[in-house]
Design a protein around this ligand. Structure first.
Ligand SMILES: C[S@@+](CC[C@H](N)C(=O)[O-])C[C@H]1O[C@@H](n2cnc3c(N)ncnc32)[C@H](O)[C@@H]1O
Length: 286
């Protein structure tokens, strides 16, 4: 069973109209897309993702509402094209649930997983050239250390970068985990390689650049009265979201609806523990 994070809160903040048009920028396995499409009568959902394999899963999961969903394969800079391709000038709501999906995290062959051995890949869009292995094997020690510190606040960044360079070539996720564990001994339940994997995923997929593009493009795609709803799993991401929504409000573009960040209920966290780090923010456009 797939639980889209904060489903009820997403539907509430999108303030769905049965004939409305909604853009799910990060369709993943289609959990939110399905929840939105199930509430529509004449409207539609544009389900976008840069991961073609995820979109195929979303297509299968949304088979029962397929007449109300248009799929689009693309990243955040191409969101305007997704809306244009659906034949509408603007939409009533935009949703982004940033980060990686459970499917990506648990599929060994995609290379995101610390637990399951696989190629050191981590590309959300497998048509892209640069993989995590390219970064690990070809960036110099200083660049690697800076990356680990800046993208994942890894305080042992220098020690880890030194051991990575010493252990090259590194081709698999397990080789990388072991290299990091040689540099920093395991302390608690969490592997010391967790932040290294996070930093590499963010760099491989240029997530900072994509996040900036999202906030540049998404507000212009919304009609007056349209809703922008974003879910972040990392404080680094949420900081950007909070700041960009505030800037839009100051510019008179809309009104922030979430003075305080919205978190999943205790019941949801019990049912779906990974949801505990999710935070939601929303805005209504003028
Ligand atoms: C947390 S998952 C979304 C899960 C989805 N809401 C669901 O209910 O199944 C995030 C998804 O966003 C996609 N994604 C991340 N960054 C993206 C970007 N810049 N452009 C397009 N898709 C992106 C990932 O490929 C992943 O499938």
């Amino acid at each position: 069973m797939h639980y889209p994070v904060m489903r009820d809160e997403v539907l509430q903040y999108l303030d769905l109209r049965p004939d409305g048009c909604y853009l799910d920028c990060t369709a993943g396995m289609g959990g939110h897309t399905l929840a939105i499409a199930s509430q529509l009568r004449e409207g539609m959902v544009i389900a976008n993702d840069r991961d073609a394999q995820s979109l195929e899963m979303a297509r299968a999961n949304c088979a029962g509402v397929s007449d109300r969903v248009r799929f689009h394969h693309g990243d955040f800079p191409s969101l305007a094209e997704a809306v244009r391709a659906a034949g509408v000038p603007q939409v009533d709501g935009v949703l982004a649930d940033f980060g990686v999906s459970r499917y990506q995290l648990t599929s060994a062959e995609r290379g995101f997983s610390l637990q399951a051995d696989g190629p050191l890949d981590m590309r959300m869009n497998t048509a892209q050239n640069q993989t995590a292995a390219d970064i690990v094997n070809f960036w110099d020690e200083r660049e690697l250390a800076n990356l680990l510190y800046q993208e994942a606040e890894e305080y042992d960044s220098r020690r880890i970068a030194r051991e990575i360079v010493r252990s090259r070539p590194i081709h698999t996720t397990l080789q990388l985990t072991k290299a990091v564990e040689r540099a920093v001994p395991r302390r608690g339940r969490l592997s010391p390689a967790t932040k290294t994997f996070l930093a590499l995923r963010r760099a491989t997929n240029e997530e900072n650049l994509q996040l900036r593009a999202f906030f540049d493009v998404a507000p212009d795609l919304l009609k007056s009265g349209g809703r922008l709803v974003v879910i972040s799993f990392m404080s680094l991401e949420d900081r950007v979201a909070k700041q960009r929504l505030r800037e839009l409000e100051k510019q008179g573009r809309g009104r922030v609806l979430t003075r305080h960040v919205v978190k999943p209920s205790e019941a949801e966290v019990r049912q779906n523990p990974p949801s505990r780090s999710a935070v939601l923010r929303a805005m209504e456009m003028n």
